[in-house]
Design a protein around this ligand. Structure first.
Ligand code: ADP
Length: 590
């Protein structure tokens, strides 16, 4: 702890020293106001001399007594101590904190301050709530999605005590709401089904499917460890169905489907382990990591600061810190900043949970990490038109369904890469398509899709359409019946022939010929961010000079360099578990 405080003090000194010398303000006292939690203004008076903010008086405060006291005690002090506006809000008094900061900002603007400079960066001498908790463990994990929980379990299995910090009220991140397909070359399951596969094929498809932009050694680590890591999960109780399937954009039948819906099986399995080991794994939800610190002398990452529900937490990782904060698919600003490939993604919905805002990238940058491939943002052609979610998706696998546009015509190889299919969808009217399939996929109305929804309930809710003939289906979804019949006939002919068809499609199984027929609407949706923190095969974080940052690991969607420009469907679940497991084991061995 002492070391962390020392680092803070050093940074504070450096910061104050940097501001000496030039005239920053027009001396005097200035008023500023900003609305607080009840809409009533918080009014402050700020006194400055040429170089310093001297005093902040609260002239009016009608915030909730008790709840906001800490903000009024701490924020003015933090602004003066740090000579900065970039102070953290006080946990539990966010609105009041923001009002005070905004009011002081207005007053300082009147004093001629450079507000941008004052607001830059995070102050190191920032607000510490009344209760600051100092915690300590061998390993601190940031993020409790699949990668973070796998890392925590793995670290613990290797003898470490662990603290997990999760900013949301619940664990699971994107993992728990994912389609959950897990790619692994698995002769035991594939051979009885007559599926030929090899590690080499999985490697090549992953590498080439990402336009050869992925790091070959990382891909090798992924494909070689996918099956052993699946077995590791099974050894903890994870259950997969017997069948193997081709997931959307997965290019080959090597996807395993969990017995439990969506990604719940993965998270439950890891959480079971964690709950059984509560004495040595501490999980804190509602706790957002904001800063990572490294020791000034050794360069080793030592601690994480986080904002908890009632306190600031300083979590010291005596051995290491692991970043597993997921991607930035739900951060519109970051999407706009990095997207180079797609049309504007501003108004495109996302499959992601609200916490997928790329926090890990900023955290890693604080300690000099290299970020790579951020322009590689994956969209799926599979979003619910209203929500962007994958829920309501009626496809059961690649082989037995087609896509048609508003005219009822096919437009792409439906077994292609995700980016290829989504680009083709953007060229259709209203970026809109229907998935069309038949009862081979839904033998009964109680048959469920991948999201625990029965086809019966989807039809009843108007989220899927059902008819006994293709003509009737076409009428229901308002596409030309002749076009729809021709599309299905063309597909069926290709199934008979074994392909490839005129779109180059090679993945077929059953014809679409057995009523009832079904259709479901889909649109492009932002799904996965392939870029992120640069790591090596040991999940160690690499800095901008190519060196390992001691004591820092990263795993999961927050990392970059594995999937290149396009991630194969079904490769995310092995990615997060494989690298999470490696990160945890290595962190414990530091
Ligand atoms: P992955 O698949 O890589 O595990 P997920 O999206 O499943 O990614 O999980 C990432 C988790 O990290 C989410 O639960 C998310 O809420 C959490 N998280 C993101 N940013 C922070 C942060 N700053 N502090 C703590 N947890 C975070």
């Amino acid at each position: 702890m002492k070391r962390v405080v020392q680092i803070l003090l050093t940074l504070l000194l450096v910061f104050s020293a940097a501001s000496c010398g030039k005239k920053l303000y027009t001396p005097g006292s200035y008023e500023g106001a900003a609305p607080g939690i009840h809409g009533k203004d918080v009014i402050v008076e700020v006194s400055v001399d040429e170089k310093e903010i001297k005093e902040i008086k609260i002239l009016q405060n009608e915030e909730t007594p008790g709840l906001s006291d800490a903000a009024f005690e701490r924020i003015p002090k933090a602004i003066i101590d740090g000579q900065t506006l970039a102070v953290d809000t006080v946990a539990g008094a966010t609105y009041s904190s923001k009002a005070i900061i905004a009011a002081v900002t207005e007053a300082l603007a009147a004093a001629g301050a450079d507000i941008a400079a004052l607001s830059e960066g995070k102050a190191e001498a920032d607000v510490v709530t009344a209760a600051t908790e100092n915690l300590e463990a061998d390993v601190v994990v940031i993020g409790a999605g699949g990668a973070g929980l796998a890392a925590a379990v793995s670290a613990h299995q290797n003898g470490a005590t662990v603290i997990i910090l999760e900013k949301m009220p619940q664990v699971g991140g994107n993992t728990i709401i994912s389609g959950a397909a897990y790619n692994a070359v698995d002769p035991e399951r594939q051979e009885p089904l007559g599926i030929e596969d090899s590690i080499e094929k999985h490697f090549t498809q992953t590498y080439e499917g990402g336009d050869k932009l992925g790091e070959p050694v990382l891909i090798r680590t992924l494909v070689e460890n996918a099956l052993p890591t699946l077995h590791w999960m099974e050894s903890m109780g994870m259950e997969f169905k017997d069948g193997i399937f081709t997931v959307l954009g997965g290019l080959w039948p090597r996807a395993h489907k969990p017995v439990k819906p969506l990604g719940t099986g993965y998270i439950e399995t890891l959480m079971n382990y964690i709950e059984k080991n509560e004495d040595s794994i501490l999980l804190l939800t509602d706790t957002r990591a904001t800063n990572i610190y490294k020791d000034k002398d050794t360069g080793r990452v030592t601690a994480v600061k986080a904002t908890g529900p009632d306190s600031t937490i300083l979590a010291q990782g005596n051995k290491a810190v692991i970043i597993a904060t997921g991607g930035f698919g739900n951060d519109v600003e970051m999407r706009e900043k990095y997207n180079k490939i797609w049309p504007s993604l501003k108004n495109i919905k996302s499959t992601n949970h609200p916490g997928a805002t790329g926090d890990g990238l900023a955290l890693a940058e604080q300690v000099g990490a290299d970020l790579i491939g951020l322009e590689h943002i994956q969209l799926l052609p599979m979003g619910d038109p209203d929500t962007g979610s994958l829920a309501g998706n009626i496809e059961q696998g690649v082989e037995n369904r087609i896509f048609v546009n508003k005219e009822g015509k096919r437009f792409v190889d439906e077994g292609a890469r995700r980016d290829v299919m989504t680009k083709a969808l953007f060229e259709q009217e209203d970026d809109f398509m229907w998935i069309v399939l038949d009862s081979h996929n839904y033998p009964t109305m109680d048959t469920k899709n991948n999201f625990n929804e029965t086809i019966g309930e989807l039809v009843e809710q108007g989220r899927a359409y059902m008819a006994d003939t293709l003509e009737e289906l076409a009428e229901q979804i308002d596409v030309d019946p002749e076009n729809l019949k021709a599309a299905v006939a063309g597909f069926n002919a290709a199934v008979e022939k074994g392909g490839p068809d005129k779109f180059g499609r090679t993945l077929f199984d059953e014809k679409i010929d057995t009523p009832p027929y079904f259709a479901g609407a889909r649109m492009p949706t932002v799904h996965h961010t392939m870029g992120g923190i640069k790591i090596n095969t040991e999940a160690q974080v690499i800095d901008t000079e190519g060196n390992v940052i001691p004591g820092l690991y990263a795993a999961g969607e927050t990392t970059g360099g594995i999937h290149g420009s396009n991630r194969l469907g079904g490769n995310a679940l092995p990615d997060i578990h494989v690298f999470g497991k490696i990160a945890g084991a290595n962190a414990a061995a530091e």
